[in-house]
Design a protein around this ligand. Structure first.
Ligand code: ADP
Ligand code: MG
Length: 326
């Protein structure tokens, strides 16, 4: 079978499973999506559907509709995580693979989450609350689920050491050689960041060892991976980096205030996981420092040409030097 036949078959199967078994695909218009951070092959497909209005009746055209689907050459982690989470009723898109057992990358057809979303008309406060609930649901539902997800990598000290030593350190060194770097961000702040980086691997040990909060974590909650569906719900996409580890490795990326962090904590509590306030504050703050270092790498290389990247760099620096609860 050609790649194009396989793609059409997968799109049709996805429509059959998740849209309507009665829908017929009348036409498909495909276009590539500009590559995300990992430059994995991604496309958007606009499908015209005809739905037969009754038994044995051909499509009348009266109930024709359009939908949009995404395809991605997704790794095993992402395909399996999405399938598990969708079955749990978590806020993730529906998805279908025609090679679910393949250990390498294979084509995944995914619901286009924000096709109908108008980002200029969002109720941010309501969405923030929904997001905290959605994240707490995923974390609590998969708490201690190791035996069911043996395929998920476990976060360990090595992962932290690589993120800082292999990615952050060279990016930081290059940024420091820029004549305006210290003047723009402040020499004192830079020295503080270096001192945090120096001790971050050992500081993270309590997070790494906190098996009571081990669950399925997204592990890459950058803004591009959190989308709004139909202006009403927050969905998490791109589960490529999913791991088994402490939920503290996710939450500082999505909480910009103590109020929001406590909202997450309250939802977690409602779902049956109670974390003492002092422990929550301590592990949140240290994970925030680590995530600030990890996520500033790209911004360190582009801040001078890109105002948005500069603002985000400041945000990540603050996660290191002024984490919530510190
Ligand atoms: N299911 C989806 N619905 C809507 N947009 C998507 C979807 N999947 C991917 N995208 C768009 O493509 C971008 C990159 O896709 P993503 O799965 O995050 O891949 P990468 O690993 O390259 O970051 C996303 O940030 C988003 O803008
Ligand atoms: Mg992404």
């Amino acid at each position: 079978m050609t790649d194009s036949c396989k793609l059409t078959g997968l799109l049709k199967d996805t429509v059959y499973c998740f849209v309507s078994p009665d829908a017929q695909v009348l036409s498909v218009e495909s276009s590539p999506i500009s590559a995300g951070s990992r430059a994995v092959e991604l496309s958007r497909h606009r499908l015209k559907l005809g739905v037969s209005s009754g038994e044995n009746e051909a499509s009348t055209g009266a109930s024709d509709s359009e939908i949009s689907l995404i395809t991605k050459l997704a790794n095993y982690n992402e395909r399996s995580a999405l399938s598990r989470l969708y079955a749990q009723g978590a806020k993730v898109p529906f998805s279908l693979s025609n090679q679910p057992q393949c250990e390498g990358r294979s084509l995944l057809c995914i619901q286009d989450v924000d096709d109908q979303t108008d980002y200029s008309r969002l109720d941010i406060a309501a969405l923030e609350a929904k997001e905290m609930q959605a994240l707490a649901y995923i974390h609590s539902k998969n708490l201690g689920c190791r035996e069911e997800v043996p395929w998920l990598p476990v976060v360990d000290e090595d992962q932290i050491a690589v993120a800082v030593g292999h990615w952050w350190k060279p990016a930081w060194k290059a940024a420091k050689s820029h004549p305006d770097f210290a003047g723009t961000f402040g020499a004192e702040r830079l020295a503080e960041i270096e001192s945090v980086a120096e001790g971050i691997v050992s500081a993270m040990v309590p997070v790494i060892e906190d098996t009571a909060t081990y669950t399925m974590i997204h592990n890459d909650l950058n803004p591009g991976n959190v989308l709004v569906h139909n202006n009403e719900e927050v969905y998490f996409i791109d589960w490529e980096e999913a791991c088994y580890g402490s939920l503290f490795l996710d939450i500082p990326m999505r909480c910009s205030s103590v109020r929001q962090a406590f909202a997450y904590k309250k939802y977690l509590n409602n779902y049956g996981l109670e974390i003492p306030d002092a422990k929550f504050a301590e592990l949140f703050a240290v994970a925030s420092r680590y995530l600030g270092l990890r996520y500033m790498c790209w911004n360190l290389g582009v801040w001078e040409h890109n105002e948005r990247a500069k603002a985000d760099l400041c945000k990540y620096m603050d996660m290191v030097t002024r984490p919530l609860f510190s």
